[in-house]
Design a protein around this ligand. Structure first.
Ligand SMILES: [Zn+2]
Ligand SMILES: [Zn+2]
Length: 294
């Protein structure tokens, strides 16, 4: 039996862990956004001044607006997600202490595996696509689009894909840290300035692989779902290399969002779903509108 002070200590420990998770999210907000703006700005200047190309500044500003909104929502929702994660973690099968150096590469691979399926379902189930479509909405492949992420992730439960890791025994703060690094890695993928990289493209996610992922051309649809690695794409048959014989002709959604308003971008797909739900009566039809293929 725990006495009063022991219960107090356990409570404090839990609060401290939740704070760590909040802290990680806060650091993400402080570090990631300025980096996004600086490098995206340098890319824009390079394209305009050196390459003499046109640049869609409004689209990039819209991306930064969406990214800012997403960070604020993520911070707000992190208490709820942390409470859920630590609640689940209480029922873990093992206690995997991250002092053990080997658990970090193991966690990295498991996060990558979970991310692969999370991302694949984000393209094949409309419930998750409604959030993820926001990331695919830019019509240009700029660095500024890297963190144009949907606002409704905490609501749709994308974090459920990572729940088995908590049950296995990885503490939520470590899992969140590794997911954060995974997303940070993906920043440099969003550019046309880096060409194909040979063997690197076959093993790791790269700008060429991610261009394929964002391409709207039929031969490139639903390919390259990995975060850092292409291993699971090779394994599950979704890998596609950028093909010189089939140059990418368009990025983004068909039809396009047609707005630079971050709020409209964030809720564009949900608005489409709402219209379809209104138009089609019947539980079965509505179920497939929500959970079928986008
Ligand atoms: Zn995607
Ligand atoms: Zn992307």
């Amino acid at each position: 039996m725990l006495n009063g002070s022991a219960i107090q200590t356990v409570k404090q420990l839990k609060i401290r862990k939740r704070d760590t998770l909040m802290e990680l999210n806060r650091e993400n907000l402080i570090l990631a956004l300025p980096m996004l703006v600086v490098f995206a700005g340098l890319e824009a200047l390079f394209l305009v001044l050196i390459r003499k190309q046109t640049y869609n500044w409004r689209e990039s500003l819209a991306s930064i607006g969406v990214a800012l909104g997403e960070q604020i929502i993520r911070l707000t929702a992190s208490t709820m997600v942390a409470a859920f994660a630590y609640g689940v973690w209480q029922y873990r099968l093992l206690t995997l202490s991250m002092q053990h150096a080997l658990y970090w590469p193991l966690l990295f691979i498991l996060v990558e595996f979970s991310y692969y399926w999370f991302h694949r379902f984000s393209h094949t189930c409309r419930w998750f696509w409604a959030t993820h479509a926001v990331h695919h909405s830019p019509r240009h492949f700029y660095l500024s689009g890297a963190y144009r992420l949907g606002w409704t992730g905490p609501l749709t439960g994308g974090f459920l894909f990572f729940t088995p890791l908590f049950l296995l025994g990885f503490n939520p703060a470590s899992v969140v840290a590794v997911i954060g690094l995974n997303l940070l890695y993906q920043y440099w993928l969003h550019t046309e300035l880096i060409g194909r990289l040979g063997w690197f493209d076959r093993v790791f996610n790269s700008p060429a692989n991610h261009r394929v992922h964002h391409a709207a051309d039929a031969i490139y649809l639903d390919k390259n779902f990995g975060g850092v690695l292409m291993v699971f794409d090779h394994l599950f048959g979704t890998y596609k290399a950028e093909d010189n014989n089939s140059p990418i002709t368009q990025y983004g959604l068909i039809p396009t969002v047609g707005s630079y308003n971050p709020v409209k971008i964030a809720f564009h797909e949900w608005a489409g779903i709402a219209d379809e739900l209104k138009a089609k009566p019947g539980v079965k039809a509505r179920f497939w509108i929500l959970f079928g293929k986008p």
